[in-house]
Ligand binder design. Structure first.
Ligand SMILES: [Zn+2]
Length: 381
């Protein structure tokens, strides 16, 4: 078996789709008209990802408001916000270029998803001829919907956590039932939890341990056979070609992160300053047996924030270096992050979202080629 390779999830939305989202928010077009643009963008994403040679594809999250808010709202501007939520929640992240992204705020119970990821997946599978993956959001991210201090009237934190875990479990199970080959859980808040940013209070509350425990509360509801195909994605964020926690040392995150009983991990590494040090940490902390399942480590070999296209040789060399520390049976490749986790994203360093899409597919093509080259070198092709 060659080394596995898999994208994280998102692709930049075409300029036309982003314009349609603005028109929908302004009441100028109907939901049906918006859906037509989403359908076209999903079809284009799947066709081009299949053409890249990728063994597994996704719809590039073209229907999602963002990787984190898809269950809660139809658009980032808040059109179609789910019941029991208000728009003025806490900042999820403040990025290094100064912009921020905000979460909704829970105003009462019960907490329920409005949209499950399987609804997108069912549409995507109809358009694909290869296995399809689906990304979902982690319970630890949606934990931040509940106020940091105090209680929501009539809805205790523990009642919320039970509802939250049930909804996340349902989100994952529905994906597998709809035919997902793999489901990866976005966990960008893991690294951010160690940032201690005085401008963003939750990042100074030492919440990483709580996050891991909460995510395991959901992951442990799945059998080892199911968990083989349940992944975790970690990154320092990626939005408008900017990150939120790249300065946080992986050494603080990885020992806890591998405590989650997931079967695979999609990890940002291409943009890391000292990759070899992190490969070594992964080798030390990833587990051969995570409650019945080996942890396969997909290392990031593509930086979606940088328009320069990595060569297949660079991808190959990263994997060969990583294989010195991570057993080849548990090694794979990925992109550092989704290419546009939020639906509205100008991709400023790329010139335009459309140009960024073209570059993304060139990058994915080279990831696939370089991974094949590394597989041959390692004798696993
Ligand atoms: Zn990411």
């Amino acid at each position: 078996m060659p080394l596995p390779t898999e994208n994280v999830g998102s692709l930049p939305r075409p300029a036309k789709l982003q314009a349609a989202l603005a028109d929908y928010d302004a009441g100028k077009i109907t939901h049906e008209q918006l859906k037509r643009e989403q359908d076209a963008a999903c079809r284009d994403s799947i066709e081009r990802m299949e053409a890249s040679g990728s063994p597994i594809v996704s719809d590039g999250e073209q229907r999602a408001s963002s990787f984190a808010t898809y269950p809660l709202t139809d658009t980032l501007a808040g059109t179609g916000l789910a019941p029991n939520l208000a728009a003025d929640g806490q900042y999820f992240a403040i990025f290094t270029d100064g912009h921020h992204r905000q979460l909704p705020r829970l105003t009462g119970g019960p907490f329920r998803y409005k949209t499950y990821a399987a609804e997108y997946l069912k549409e995507a599978i109809k358009m694909a001829s290869k296995p399809v993956k689906q990304a979902v959001i982690a319970p630890s991210m949606l934990f931040l919907l509940y106020p940091l201090d105090g209680e929501v009237k009539g809805y205790t934190r523990e009642q919320f956590l039970e509802d939250l875990c049930n909804e996340c479990e349902k989100d994952i199970r529905q994906c597998f039932a709809a035919g997902a080959a793999r489901v990866s859980i976005d966990f960008t808040e893991g690294r951010l939890a160690l940032k201690n940013d005085p401008k963003n209070p939750w990042t100074g509350r030492g919440m990483l341990g709580q996050f891991i425990e909460l995510n395991n509360r959901v992951i442990n509801r799945f059998s080892p056979e199911e968990r083989k195909n349940i992944g975790i994605h970690t990154c320092p964020g990626g939005d408008c070609d900017s990150t939120h926690s790249a300065e946080v040392d992986y050494a603080g995150l990885l020992p806890s992160m591998f405590g989650m009983n997931a079967g695979y991990f999609l990890m940002q590494l291409a943009s890391e300053k000292d990759k070899e040090r992190v490969y070594k940490l992964i080798g030390e902390h990833s587990r051969e047996d995570a409650n019945g399942v080996p942890q396969v480590c997909f290392i990031g070999v593509i930086n979606p924030q940088n328009p320069r296209v990595e060569t297949p040789e660079e991808v190959r060399d990263d994997l060969l270096l990583a294989s010195k520390y991570i057993p080849k049976e548990r090694l794979g490749s990925t992109d550092d992050c989704g290419f546009s986790p939020f639906s509205i994203d100008d991709k400023p360093k790329h010139g335009s979202p459309n140009r960024a899409r073209d570059i993304a597919f060139e990058k994915i093509t080279n990831r696939v080629k370089g991974t094949q080259m590394a597989s041959e070198k390692l004798g696993v092709s």
